[in-house]
Each structure stands twice: as structure tokens, then as C-alpha cells.
Design a protein around this ligand. Structure first.
Ligand code: HEM
Length: 419
């Protein structure tokens, strides 16, 4: 793929972000990196006159993610009456979408973010997530037990999609009989949200999801147990607590943010290994390389194309571009992770690379809260799969495996394998 002009490359990029592009966005990213570290998108932001930019290189993406003096995640931090978000997503105060989209941890700025993150971090510690290891192992084994004798499975539907949702549902105390409901809502919401797209069914899913979590938290208040919701209810930080709306929004976010992304890591990671048989052989020969392989898979083709949009709090210059107050900036994580200034042979998958840093979990104050859990799940998912099914191979011609696009991310619709 070669784009003869900047305009063509930018339009292709709009296709990637809105989910209408082809299977492989990396040639577009490579071309964009050649055009510049900060590239203007060829469309205005919703009904406003502010401009939108993408950040293509790691150094500049880090600046945007870390610099809270110049960038925020909530346009209301620039102007309390801002309608930027509503005009972009089409969402207003209706049908429960408001709380989910605008008040959750990932969408609020300081000082509220610091307060909420400190509270949730008291319960959701790296040590707690590491302690979930035996349960994650049990859930991974349970799933593979169900298909082992069949000699084949759809790795997406039978394994990758189920492990993270079972882990999170278990962790927050959703009864097993309701795991499929949570799965349905979470998937419906992920399918319905995207940059510039809103599915009419999304509001309905958000409402049902919200009502369910509300009921669940009420039940946990009356009858606490050893799950995460009960812990979140009981935590206090310097006399401060999570209120009802914060608690519901946080639980929804944990489910939503932790499900699709981790499923995608497992399914696309497996496909990438099958696509690189020499790497798969190295890994099978030494499963202690799995943690390093997980980091490389996250770098090479991590689940999130971009971090959430940032908004300029004031006029500034970034890599020679004049960004105006209110402009929207997308740090393109998948492009920064292929930055040839940072990685040798950036376009090659090398599971022995021993990466020091990648941006698949973002950076700065909003860096992924669940990264330690995602790593535990990824490590167990790949180790268990390769240990139990060492002859894993595709069960359909490679050209029949299709990527699908959701919420500016890429995943697989299905991955038939035999073993
Ligand atoms: C491979 C799996 C995962 C990937 C690639 C991933 C990626 C990300 C990224 C890129 C961000 C930052 C977004 C931004 O700055 O705009 C983020 C934030 C977040 N993630 Fe993850 N995530 C994963 C798994 C999880 C899991 C398992 C959980 C929880 C169960 C989780 C919970 C969160 C939360 C709560 C935030 C918001 C943090 C904040 O704003 O302070 N994620 N994630």
C-alpha cells in the first residue's frame, strides 16, 4: 500500500479510526510517521471548529499522555459549557450513557481523577491482581477441558472471549449464571461505540448493564463477601469513600475496559504466533519466554489502536505544529509501538526482544489500571494453551481469518484452530 499524498494517507487513517479500513493499518502508520510526529486529521471535531490531530511517534505520544498542564481527557476542564464530547459521540444525558461515558475514571481530570484512582487503587492493587493467578489458571483449564477431546475449537469463542469475562465477573462477584449477560452487554457496548459512531442499541445496553450493576452493588452492601465490589464499598482514603454513582461507573468500567482488550490480546496474539511459526517454535521450546512474548505481542499489535482523545488546555506547539486550545489529540499507540526511532527492526515480531517500554497500556496518570491483571491473564492463557495443545494450528485457510474493528481497536471475529 502506498499513499501518493498526505490527504490520501489521512483519509485512510480516518478509515482506521472509524473501523472502515482494511486488515493492516501499519503501512498507513508508517507513512504517517514519515509525514510527521503530529499530523492533522482532515475533518473538524463534531460541530465545533476545533481541529483533530494524531500523534505518531513514541516521544511525542509520551509527552501528550504525561503532560497534564497542557492536556486533559474531559473537555469540560477547558470550558465548563463545552459540548465537544456530545457533538462527537452524539451522546447527551439520555439513557444512562452520560454516566458511563463522561464520569468514569478514564474520562475525568484532576483533582477528581487523583481522588478516585487513589480510592480504587487501595482495593485493586498489583498484589491483589497477582493473587488472582490460581483462579485464572483454574478458569483457563476449565475452558480447555471442554474442548480438549474435540481436537478443534474456535479460539475466539471458546477461549479468548470467555477467559477475561469469567475472570472479571468472578472477581467482582457476579454469579456464574449471569456471566453470559455481562458478556452480551459488554460486547454490545464495544460494538456500538467508536470514534464518530454511535449504535442506537448502545444506549439500551448501557442502561441494562447499569441497572444490573446497581442491583448487584445494592446486594453487596446488604451482604458483603470477599469480592472486589464488597472491598470497593468498604475502602476509605483519608475519610473519603466512593459514592453510589462512582461505584457503579467504576465497576462498569472495569468490566468494559478489561474484557475486550484482554480477549483481543489472547486471540490476536495466538494468530500472530501462528503467522510467525519460527517465533512459535522458540516459545514452545521454552515457555519461560511467555512473559517476554506477551510484551512483544502487546508492542507489535496491541489491542488498542489509540489512547482516548486528549484535549489541549491551552495553545501550544508540538513537534512544529500549532495546537490550539480545545483541539483534540489522539496518541496512536500502535504507531508509537512501531516507532523506528525506538525499536530496532520495529516491523518484526521478536519474542526475545526484552522490551523496556511500550505504549499498549498507555502512560501517565491514566495508564491502564488493570495492566498487572492483563499480564497475569495473558501469561496464563498462552502458557496453558501451548502446554496443553502443543500442535496448535489453523483449521481454515489463512485468508479466511478476518480482523474486525471495534472502538478504534482491532480484534478477530473467529479463529478456528485444531490441535
Ligand atoms: C491487554 C489488555 C489491556 C489493554 C491493552 C489495556 C489498555 C489500556 C489503555 C491503553 C488505557 C489508557 C487509555 C488512555 O490513556 O486513554 C487503559 C486504561 C484503563 N484500563 Fe486497561 N487495558 C487492558 C486491560 C485492562 C484490564 C484487565 C482492566 C481491569 C480489569 C483494565 C482497566 C482499565 C482502567 C480502569 C483504565 C482507566 C485508568 C484511568 O483512567 O485512570 N484494563 N487500558
Amino acid at each position: 500500500m502506498n499513499y501518493s499524498s498526505q490527504v490520501e494517507a489521512e483519509q485512510a487513517l480516518v478509515g482506521v479510526l472509524s473501523g472502515k479500513s482494511g486488515d493492516n493499518p501499519f503501512p498507513i502508520f508508517e507513512q504517517l510517521r514519515q509525514i510527521g510526529s503530529v499530523v492533522q486529521l482532515p475533518f473538524p471535531m463534531g460541530e465545533t471548529n476545533n481541529r483533530a490531530w494524531v500523534v505518531t511517534h513514541m516521544e511525542e505520544a509520551l509527552k501528550v499522555l504525561k503532560d497534564q498542564d497542557h492536556f486533559c481527557v474531559d473537555p469540560k476542564s477547558i470550558d465548563r459549557n463545552s459540548t465537544i464530547k456530545e457533538s462527537l459521540t452524539g451522546s447527551s444525558d439520555s439513557a444512562g450513557s452520560n454516566m458511563f461515558l463522561t464520569n468514569s475514571l478514564n474520562a475525568i481530570d484532576q483533582p477528581d481523577h487523583r481522588r478516585l484512582r487513589a480510592l480504587v487503587s487501595k482495593a485493586f492493587t498489583p498484589r491483589y491482581m497477582e493473587g488472582l493467578r490460581p483462579r485464572v489458571q483454574e478458569l483457563a483449564d476449565e475452558l480447555l477441558d471442554q474442548v480438549q477431546d474435540r481436537g478443534e475449537m474456535d479460539l475466539v469463542k471458546d477461549y479468548a472471549n470467555l477467559l477475561p469475562i469469567n475472570v472479571i465477573s468472578d472477581m467482582i462477584g457476579v454469579p456464574k449464571s449471569d456471566h453470559s449477560l455481562i458478556h452480551k452487554w459488554s460486547e454490545g457496548i464495544a460494538n456500538g461505540l467508536g470514534v464518530g459512531t454511535v449504535d442506537p442499541k448502545t444506549a439500551e445496553n448501557l442502561k441494562d448493564f447499569g441497572n444490573y450493576i446497581k442491583q448487584l452493588t445494592e446486594d453487596k452492601r446488604k451482604q458483603p463477601s470477599d469480592d472486589l465490589i464488597s472491598q470497593l464499598i468498604s475502602i476509605e482514603e483519608q475519610g473519603d469513600r466512593l459514592d453510589e454513582a462512582e461505584l457503579i461507573s467504576l465497576v462498569q468500567l472495569l468490566i468494559f475496559a478489561g474484557h475486550e482488550t484482554t480477549s483481543t490480546l489472547i486471540s490476536t496474539g495466538t494468530l500472530l504466533l501462528l503467522d510467525h511459526p519460527e517465533q512459535l517454535e522458540i516459545l514452545k521450546a521454552d515457555l519461560s519466554l511467555v512473559p517476554s512474548a506477551v510484551e512483544e505481542l502487546l508492542r507489535f499489535h496491541g489491542p488498542s489502536t489509540t489512547a482516548g482523545p486528549r484535549y489541549a488546555l491551552k495553545d501550544l506547539e508540538l513537534s512544529g505544529q500549532e495546537i490550539k486550545k480545545g483541539d483534540m489529540v489522539f496518541p496512536l499507540l500502535k504507531s508509537a509501538n512501531r516507532d523506528e526511532r525506538q525499536f530496532e527492526n520495529a516491523e518484526e515480531l521478536d519474542i526475545t526482544r526484552g522490551i523496556k517500554r511500550h505504549l499498549a497500556f498507555g502512560q501517565g496518570v491514566h495508564m491502564c489500571l488493570g495492566a498487572p491483571l492483563a499480564r497475569v491473564e495473558g501469561n496464563i492463557a498462552f502458557t496453558t494453551l501451548l502446554k496443553r495443545m502443543p500442535n496448535l494450528q489453523l483449521n481454515v485457510p489463512r485468508e479466511d481469518v478476518h480482523w474486525k474493528f471495534k472502538l478504534a481497536a482491532q480484534s478477530l471475529a473467529s479463529l478456528p484452530v485444531k490441535f
